[in-house]
Structures are given as C-alpha cells and as structure tokens.
Design a protein around this ligand. Sequence first.
Ligand code: ZN
Length: 489
Amino acid sequence: MMGDNLVDLTSSQPEKQLESVARVQDPVNSATLPQLVEPDDLEDDTDDLEDSESESDDSDIFESALTDELERAEFEPYTDDDPGPISYTPAEGKDIRDKLRRLGPNRFIEQTITSGVVGVRKLVTAFGVRPDLPYGTRWYYQILGQCIQRELRRRQKLTEYNTVDDAVSLLQKSKNIMVITGAGISTSLGIPDFRSKNTGFYSKLLARGFDSPEDVFDIGNFDEDPTHFYELAHDILPVTDRCSPTHAFIKLLQDKQKLLTNYTQNIDNIEEYAGIDPERLIQCHGSWATASCRKCHTEVKGDAIFEDVRQHKVSLCKTCLDIIEKQPRKRKRTSNGKSKSRSSHSDSEDDGRYDVPQPGVMKPNITFFGEKLPSRFFDRLTEHDVAMVDLIVVIGTSMKVAPVSEIPNFVDEKVPQIYISREPADHINFDITLLGYCDDVVAELAKRAGWRIKHTNLTEEPLTATPGPKTGQWNIAPLTPATLPASND
Ligand SMILES: [Zn+2]
C-alpha cells in the first residue's frame, strides 16, 4: 500500500496527511479536470454514481481497489505487445500520454471517450492499468480520472542532461544538492535491507510466527510484547565503526559546501560515523541514534541499549527504575489524587508510577508502523530545501516508499535529477540514470570530477560506462576482459 501514498506535502499538517495518506491535489489545475461520467448508452451501474460520496464500507473497498490498482500499475505497468482490440502497445500508450499532455485533460477526454473513438477499458491500458479487472465501468471511469491526474503531475525528463559527464558537471556546478538515500548505500557493509525477503532476519521472523517485518516493527505489537523485537533486533543492529564509500562521497559533497540535505530512509545511523552534519541530515524513518522509554519518554543515546539488544534482553528504562526504587512500597490511589493529575497524562503512566511499579521499555527511535514520521522531514523539505535545491541525487533506493518517493514530483521540475542504483526506477523520470553498485558509480563520478573520496575500500579497478536502453541511462561496471572499452559516452 505504501507505494502510492501520495502525500500532500503542501499541507500545514503534514503528519496528519501522512496518516491519512491523502492524495496530492493536481498541481496543474484540478478544477479543469473533466467530470468523468459515463455516456448514457453505458447503463450498467450508473445508479451507483449517486452512492459514490457515501461513507459506506462499499465505497471504502472501492477506494481501496482504486489505490491498489494504481499502485500496481505504477510499478508493474500492464503492457501487451500483441494487443487485441482491448489494449494499447507500450509505444501506443506513450503516444496517448503525450497526447494528454499536449491537449490537456478536457480536450483529451473530448477526443477519446466523449467522441467514442475508444472505450474506457482500452484507454486505461495507456496508463498501465489492466483492461480485464473484475470491476464495473464506473470503477474504470474513476481510475481513468486518477490516471490522468497522476500523469499530469509526473515530472518529465529534462532533455539537456544525458551523459555521465553531464552528471559530473552538474555535481561540479551545483551548490545545494539534495541527496536521497536508501538501503543500497549500506549493503556493501553487510547490513541487510530488513525489508528484503532474502535475509536471515526475514526467515527468523517467519519462524516466530510473523508474516512480515512490518509486524515486528508495529508499535502495537511492540507495546504488547517487546520480547519479539528484542529477540530479533540484534540482526539489524547497525555497525558503528565504518561507513561505505557512498557515505564518504556524501561527506565529500558536504566538505565541498554542496550538500543541502541528506534524506535517508536508512535507520542504521551510519551517516553519523561518516560525519554528515546532523543539521543536514533527515533520517526519514528514524534511527538507532537514540532510544526512548515508552513510559516516561526519557531519551538516551542509542548505544545505551545495544548491549541488551545483543543479549536478546528487553531493555528497561533506568529513569523509571530509579523512580520505582525511591518509591514507598505501598502507595494507594486514594492518597495521591493531586500528584496524579499533576504528573500523569494517562492511566497507564499513572499505573506505572504509583500503583504497579513497572519500569518502561526502551525502544530505539526507529519509526515503527503506527508511529508518526519525524516532523523535521516535512519542515526541512517545504520550508527550506524546496526553495534552494539545485540538484537531486538519489542513491540506492527503489523510491517505492512514501513520503520519500514523492520528493522528485514535489520539487521544481526544472531541478535536474540523477539516479544511482542497481536497477532502474521506471516510475520516475530521472534525467540521468547510472546503474551499478553505488560505491562504484560514485567512485567513477568523483574520479571524473577530479575529487578524492576519503575511503580505504574505494575500488581500484578501472570502470566503464556503457549506454543502457533508454536515453540518459548508463551501466557503470568494472572493466572486465570480456568487456571492450565501449564508447565512454
Ligand atoms: Zn522510563
């Protein structure tokens, strides 16, 4: 579900927006969007249109099916190379989407649906939606409306930036670079992506009866029984004594006064070891850097709980323990009415302090499912970075998790965007895509820029860039004997 969580970052209540997963208003002009109402001759479920505003369970399911299908179409677009009458080829689909941009939504609808030249089930295939889903025509009209909005707010590739050397000169001339990072920049340190299904962590949590990492990182489950987390967490305890060449590259950008902000989705806090200025660092999903008591909210340095984590032991709050130690053993509820209202916010806290002397459990300040994301993310992005950023570099993330996945569509579309990862991210139109191990790619970029990354594990092998299938796409890899030094762009 997270991939299509289109968060309205312009809202004054960003956290709330994140919870409710509101859709972005069409920045072009939502008022110009046509009402997608079926022509009279399509009768099947027209009556249902009247119910569409209702809050019934049916409409929730309806909405949820729309969101799910849009998300699926985003990441695994429906394509049919041998189209029957019911779908477009990928090339035809692109022509249709270009036509939408050229004509605008009203004329586009006039010249397609209204004029009857194409049916809605075929038209949506141009946007990656299957034509044969088990939904009625009304559903198809709604998803077409959503597809049109999504397409119109999608950023288009800038045609002037295409080569590896274009990327290098962008790095050289830019002064406020936004770097967005994910698990890929830490994998060379042996830190598994805990969302990945190919890890020991994943198989261990299955063995404990969990279905997914999300269950272990669920705040409700944690408060109910923290032993599961503490039995498993040692597997994802971060290293504290090294960083990857890619972290060192980001530090290099900072040293050159070019780093605006590093938004990281990683919780390993390796940025601290690398020396990234905390002012320029947003750990979007929290991190192990600190830990807090679930009861009295006392915050400590993260490594204060590392020993308990290594020993698979639930870490208890020392502040709570001190309070309990100093408390008279028998304290009755009736005798402390005043102090209760002064110092307590909730019954559970009250119980903990006065009636049932249980210390609070420490939780690393990783953002668990069911918790708010750090508000610094929204504040920094909207109030500071958006006005200043002159280059976006995305490294080692598939960009499928909101809210980070929305940043490229939120920043001014004229700001160049470079993507560095193992696999392309086709749902975002980056200007230059550099595919390969990110440690290799940044080494090549720094070398061409004449910069020196301070890291002992920097690759010594010569690297080569070979063009990928799309304009602006390059594969960066060590020059092996089998690979002839093809055109270096
Ligand atoms: Zn406490």
